[in-house]
Design a protein around this ligand. Structure first.
Ligand code: SAM
Length: 231
């Protein structure tokens, strides 16, 4: 049986590229975005009652990782990218039907727009459905996962004087918690696990409309060098 699905909306996200997006929601509470609903769901009727809900499940399409050939095994970045696991044992983006799911904080509800935080979604992500988080059913007190038993370890994020000043200026202009966003995302150490960073190597990612550049002055420490308007 095949059945086609149509997005109910699209996410306008702080994340403009895949690199440096946290691997799961909630890891960067300062990661904000707006889910813009499309007709007919942009009518206030569709979200009536949602103002009583603190978190929602989003079911979405990994639109930048869609593949036509199904994979049975994947190599999750969390395991260093060199260990293959059954696709259904992981939350990897390459999966049958390309469907992702995230629990995110619902900060504000307007007709046609949901303001979200703690997201792990790329800008433009098509959302297929929205469901309220139901604590009594969705919280599993004795749940266990031997592959992903705890949140990733955080590394230290420091700033160059210039980088921090630039980040504060852009944060003011954007009206967004940009410094916290950068710190929370980089503390996850977005670098591929197999890459040993040399102090000279510069990494970068775009958040909102700024390009952030950082390097690793020593193992386990990130220094943000520049936060500049993207071209
Ligand atoms: N929480 C979701 C889940 O479990 O289904 C996503 C987990 S997945 C491991 C998270 C990664 O998906 C992010 O780090 C980001 O790089 C990637 N991602 C987010 N939105 C995407 C999109 N629309 N298309 C492709 N990749 C995306």
């Amino acid at each position: 049986m095949s059945h086609s699905v149509t997005p109910v909306g699209f996410v306008r996200s702080c994340f403009k590229e895949k690199f440096a997006i946290p691997r799961q929601p909630q890891l960067a509470p300062a990661a904000r975005g707006v889910l813009e609903l499309v007709p007919p769901f942009d009518n206030g009727d569709a979200v009536q009652g949602l103002e009583q809900v603190s978190h929602v499940w989003l079911l979405f399409l990994f639109h930048q990782a869609l593949e036509s050939t199904p994979r049975l095994k994947v190599r999750p970045p969390r395991l260093g990218g060199n260990k293959a696991m059954g696709v259904f044992a992981t939350r990897a983006t390459h999966r049958p039907n390309g469907i992702g799911q995230s629990v995110v904080k619902l900060d504000q509800v307007e007709p046609g727009r949901l303001h979200l935080s703690g997201i792990d979604l790329l800008d433009g992500t098509p959302v297929l459905d929205i469901k309220p988080y139901v604590p009594y059913a969705d919280q599993v007190a004795d749940a266990a996962n031997g592959i992903a038993s705890a949140a990733p370890l955080l590394i230290q994020v420091s700033w160059s004087e210039t980088g921090l000043q630039q980040a504060h200026e852009h944060a003011l202009r954007l009206g967004e918690p940009l410094v916290a966003l950068i710190e929370q995302c980089l503390a996850q150490d977005p670098r591929p696990a197999y890459q040993v960073p040399s102090p000279e190597r510069v990494y970068g990612a775009r958040f909102w409309d700024v390009d952030v550049r950082w390097h690793y002055p020593q193992a386990g420490v990130i220094c943000v060098q520049q936060v500049q308007a993207a071209n």
